[in-house]
Design a protein around this ligand. Structure first.
Ligand code: NAD
Ligand code: TYD
Length: 348
């Protein structure tokens, strides 16, 4: 089958392709990616020359380009990862989030609808638990938790989820949605908490913790997320939503402390010296206090079980970032340095 994977050069998309392209030579994977700052083709080196993989540079906000791509490849399956994905960037400059996450998703749905009868077997939409807003100290997000997004990023993802559901109900488009908790692992762009802290700790740079570090995120190793998506594609029910998580809640400060311990151990630096880099900085506006997923539906209906726990996954991730210096240097381009200056100079 022909599978269009949007955003396949980003963090989760590249992990998805690296896992599935070698495993499924019977499928053709077409990576439709605009190649924004968040993309890196070096993340796809191991599959770039495989006969069942192709890159089609495409901006999903360009309706005509999406239509042409779908007419050319006639995908039976679309796995839609492409998005602007960083909450802090959405606070500074929300426009691209509206264009890519909302209009881009709309363009994909329209083009999928226009495929010849019988071609479009499934549109799988990859989303986030941030659409549900913030939890208090107790409770878990389920698939029926009301949407209550806080940031321009989560509001744009909520809009895209609503569009996908509307296309299923109105036009009978075969769709599924997964809403996943925070991912971490290889190839994550180092603007996000885990890779930023690993690299700064290794290089003796400040570790900027927003507010008092008491916000809680629910962490899932990226390959577990990719396996969950593949399981939902095959075993989930059409028109349904599945929340994906690994029952792994952690306070941000505890995550940072754990990263300090692992980096100290792996690099031989004294732990106190690494911990001494922690700085409490100005909080994020509208900062959601707590996210936590109830994954019982995806576990029950799709036999999903995460392979990594937070400790094993974090150790792998720390080692990966310490060992892949060329990848790190390549993604920290001029644009990256400008972002770090803009976001952190104001908070110091
Ligand atoms: P990312 O920012 O690392 O990668 C996004 C990719 O999309 C990049 O390759 C980028 O070039 C591409 N892209 C951006 N705009 C595009 C456009 N207009 N046209 C085509 N391609 C475009 O993001 P990620 O962390 O890999 O997230 C992938 C998806 O998973 C997103 O939809 C995100 O909302 C969702 N998600 C992420 C997490 C997480 O923790 N990272 C958790 C749950 C859900
Ligand atoms: P992030 O990785 O940006 O993911 P998200 O906002 O989508 O959850 O941030 C994870 C948590 O870490 C979030 O509560 C904000 C916090 N954070 C910091 O404390 N310092 C930082 O430098 C960053 C990037 C995030």
């Amino acid at each position: 089958m022909n599978i269009v994977v949007t955003g396949g050069a980003g963090f989760i998309g590249s992990n998805f392709l690296n896992l599935l392209v070698p495993r499924h030579p019977e499928h053709r994977f077409i990576n439709a990616d605009k190649l924004t700052y968040a993309a890196h083709l070096g993340s796809l080196e191991s599959i770039a020359d495989r006969p069942n993989y192709a890159l089609e540079r495409t901006d999903i906000a360009d309706a005509q380009a999406v239509r042409e791509l779908f007419q050319k490849h006639k995908p039976q399956l679309v796995v839609h990862f492409a998005a602007e994905s960083h909450v802090d960037r959405s606070i500074h400059a929300p426009e691209a989030f509206i264009t890519t996450n909302i209009t881009g998703t709309f363009n994909l749905l329209q083009a999928f609808r226009e495929l010849p009868q019988g071609h479009g077997v499934l549109f799988h939409h990859v989303s986030t638990d941030e659409v549900y807003g913030s939890l208090g100290e107790t409770g878990l997000f389920t698939e029926t938790t009301p949407y209550d997004p806080s940031s321009p990023y989560s509001a744009s993802k909520a809009s895209s989820d609503h569009l996908v559901r509307a296309y299923h109900r109105t036009y009978g488009l075969p769709t599924k949605i997964t809403n996943c908790s925070n991912n971490y692992g290889p190839y994550q762009f180092p603007e996000k908490l885990v890779p930023l802290m690993i690299l700064n700790a290794a290089e003796g740079k400040p570790l900027p913790v927003y507010g008092r570090g008491v916000n809680i995120r629910d962490w899932l190793y990226v390959e577990d997320h990719c396996e969950a998506i593949w399981a939902v594609i095959h075993k989930g029910r059409i028109g349904e939503t599945y929340n994906v998580g690994g029952l792994s809640e952690r306070r941000n400060l505890d995550v940072v402390q754990q990263i300090c311990a692992l980096v100290a151990e792996e690099t031989g630096q004294p732990l106190a010296q690494v911990q001494g880099l922690i700085r409490f900085v100005e909080d994020r506006p509208g900062h959601d206090l707590r996210y936590a997923i109830d994954p019982s539906k995806v576990m029950r209906e799709c036999d999903f079980r995460p392979r990594e726990n937070f400790e094993s996954g974090l150790r792998k991730t720390v080692r990966w970032f310490l060992e892949n210096k060329t990848w790190v240097e390549q993604v920290r381009s001029g644009e990256y340095r400008k972002w770090i200056e803009k976001n952190y100079s104001a908070r110091a």
